[in-house]
Design a protein around this ligand. Structure first.
Ligand code: PMP
Length: 451
């Protein structure tokens, strides 16, 4: 660690307990203190720059210190920084709700706010359960989820997720859910298309719904990409089939678009690719352009109506967080949505996505690359110990970590999930930066798989 960074790292390690980290790892690689960010780049105190190839945990859309979002937050700061959203409202949250209702799948007209992704999942889960109680179906109290799914870290969100690394230890604390095999296309046999595989896998969901519909509130899914589960992808046909089956079995569909929303998969929302409208859509991360913590659960007038009653009947949804619908965060979100509109971002991203895919696919022939897959602005490279059998490397070898370290030494922030190297960059990345990002990943893969 360079001398300018070292004092910050030392002070940090005296008091800060970092997320998703074995703190002992910092004996080898101290946390990097970031002084500033500009566009797709982060800069530390020694002046070293890092290309943010993963959008700072998938949140940043239009670069760090984006002039338009900065201006919107600054203007809002002069007016109102925060007010409780119970009994009060403010123009930023009103305008944001109008804007979201206009761009979300038709019929999602009601926005309930929280301040992070996990809390949005908690809201959707509680709201679905509570809806069924309010309409007299109190036997409905369970949730269906896909294997390898991820929905956050709070206890309800952890319960409806399925990544053992985060979930296993807390299992005694978690509600029991019904877990259905994922349509993940990495597992498809040779010769089977994504659509065929996802369609075939749907049989498990159909059977689970038939068995559990009487006691099930909702199915929760990450549409198209199971991100924290290693950027595993499936075909939109699965969502189309799921929507139809949920309707038929009278079970809600919760779309967790926290990671895939706001253009990551090529469309504004991933659900659009299946032509469906979920009953609940959870949004966070890119909602504010990655600026401030904010989340929302969008739902229908029908769900809303089931809670709309005389107070004394105690049917209201009394969930709350102090910072629900924070005005600064709403201002950032509105500015981010304005950029989507004014700059025709989704069109522009097509060329970036094509470049990422083309460069990354050059790694397909590598003896330790099992698959290169892509959905829009998300590209993943899955490593394997054995190309023929697709056997993974023993997890404790932490080969992805070697790639992370190599990339940092080359000025690129990559953070593989186990042995899956992925790119999810801000939309302001340039073609040249894409080339650098993929080249550094290639070098890292070379080094991490040479023994
Ligand atoms: N759902 C999905 C699909 C996510 O990817 C994440 C975060 N990685 C969450 C929920 C949780 O969001 P947060 O970290 O803001 O609690």
């Amino acid at each position: 660690m360079t001398s300018a960074n070292a004092p910050y790292a030392a002070r940090d390690l005296a008091h800060v307990w970092h997320p998703c980290t074995q703190m002992k790892d910092h004996e080898q690689l101290p946390p990097i203190p970031i002084r500033c960010g500009r566009g797709a780049w982060l800069e530390d105190y020694s002046g070293r720059r890092y290309l943010d190839a993963i959008s700072s945990w998938w949140v940043n859309l239009f670069g760090h210190a984006n002039a338009r979002i900065n201006a919107a937050v600054r203007a809002q700061l002069e007016e109102l920084e925060q007010v409780m959203l119970a009994g009060f409202t403010h123009e930023p949250v009103i305008a944001l709700s109008e804007a979201l209702s206009a761009i979300a799948p038709a019929g999602l007209t009601r926005c309930f706010y929280a301040d992070n992704g996990s809390s949005a999942v908690e809201v959707a889960v509680k709201m679905s359960f509570h809806y069924w109680r309010n309409v007299g179906r109190s036997a409905k109290r369970r949730f269906l989820t896909l294997s390898n799914s991820y929905h956050g870290e709070t206890l309800g969100a952890l319960a409806v997720g399925n990544v053992d690394l985060y979930k296993k230890i807390y299992r005694p604390l978690l509600m029991d859910v019904i877990t259905v095999p994922s349509p993940d296309c990495y597992a498809r046999p040779p010769g089977e298309s994504w659509a065929q595989h996802s369609r075939r896998k749907f049989a498990h969901m159909e059977a689970a719904l038939a068995e559990h519909a009487h006691e099930a509130c909702a199915v929760i899914v990450e549409p198209l990409v199971q991100c924290a589960g290693g950027m595993r992808m499936y075909d939109p046909v699965y969502l189309t089939l799921l929507r139809e089956a949920c309707d038929r079995h009278q079970v809600h569909l919760i779309a967790d678009e926290i990671a895939v929303g706001f253009g990551r998969t090529g469309t504004l929302f991933a659900c659009e690719q299946a032509g469906i409208r979920p009953d609940f859509m959870c949004l966070s991360k890119g909602l504010t352009g990655g600026y401030l913590p904010l989340s929302t659960v969008m739902t229908t007038d029908g769900v809303y109506a089931a809670f709309y009653d005389e107070y004394v009947r105690l049917n209201a949804f009394l969930h709350s967080h102090s910072f629900t619908g924070n005005p600064l965060a709403c201002a950032a979100a509105r500015a981010s949505l304005a950029i989507f509109r004014e700059d025709r971002v989704l069109e522009g991203n097509r060329a970036l996505a094509a470049r990422m895919g083309e460069r990354a696919r050059a790694l397909e022939d590598h003896p330790h690359v099992a698959e290169v897959r892509q959905r829009g602005m998300i590209v993943a490279i899955e490593l394997t110990a054995n190309k023929a059998s697709r056997e993974p490397y023993p997890w404790a070898e932490r080969r992805g970590l070697r790639i992370h370290r190599h990339a940092l030494s080359r000025g690129v922030l990559l953070r593989p999930i186990d042995d899956v190297v992925y790119f999810m960059p801000p939309y302001v990345i340039t073609p040249e930066e894409i080339d650098l990002m993929v080249e550094v990943a290639r070098e890292g893969i070379e080094r991490a798989t040479c023994d």
